[in-house]
Design a protein around this ligand. Structure first.
Ligand SMILES: [Zn+2]
Length: 208
């Protein structure tokens, strides 16, 4: 995501507009499988699924209000995206029972579509069709909060997280400029505004 408030040095910014009317739109249960329509930068989410506010191995984080859990309308995705997130969180806990829970940020809005500035912060250019998710890097102090600066990031744990999403078949994992995170060049790409979280994107396809 591209939220100014999560960037190093910008924590002192004035409160930003949050939510908007979309926060109150009720979403009827979908029938049929979830589907990602269009593209991440211009898309919609059909029969999306809401990521629960927290799970056994993860918490959610609101990048605008800077608190857990994330608001419900910011965490909708395809079934496949939710299962990848939950699988990575669970496998990580299995391998390291002492690891703090995974901290998951924005996915898509209930029906996808624009997720720009009016929803807070810098907004997201993508996150429009249920295939994108932001995941915060684990902190060195183990607290379930977003890191405010790169020095707070546990880089070994962050690299482990990148590796897990690559292994889970992500199309892209976007990572920050300051952390030295690596992976297959076509998949793991350095991008501005990603020094506190990675952005995982699944490729469109069957079992959306
Ligand atoms: Zn993102």
């Amino acid at each position: 995501m591209l939220a100014a408030g999560t960037m190093a040095g910008s924590a002192a910014q004035a409160p930003q507009p949050v939510g908007g009317p979309i926060a109150t739109v009720p979403v009827p249960p979908g029938d049929g499988p979830s589907r990602a329509l269009g593209r991440p930068n211009r898309g919609l989410l059909l029969n999306g699924v809401q990521l629960p506010s927290e799970g056994e191995w993860y918490r959610t984080w609101d990048p605008i209000l800077k608190r857990s859990p994330n608001r419900g309308w910011r965490r909708w995705g395809t079934t496949r995206l939710l299962s990848v997130l939950e699988q990575v969180a669970a496998e990580r806990a299995l391998d390291d029972p002492a690891a703090p829970p995974l901290l998951i940020g924005d996915l898509s809005r209930p029906h996808g579509g624009a997720f720009g500035k009016r929803y807070g912060g810098l907004g997201h250019a993508s996150h429009q069709n249920g295939l994108d998710a932001d995941v915060y890097y684990p902190r060195r102090d183990g607290l379930p909060l977003a890191a405010y600066k790169p020095s707070q990031v546990d880089r070994r744990a962050a690299q482990d997280l990148v590796d897990r999403f690559v292994a889970a078949g992500a199309q892209y994992v976007f990572v920050g400029t300051a952390l030295g995170l690596r992976g297959p060049r076509r998949v793991v790409q350095v991008l501005a505004h990603h020094n506190d979280h990675l952005h995982v994107r699944l490729r469109p396809g069957a079992g959306a």
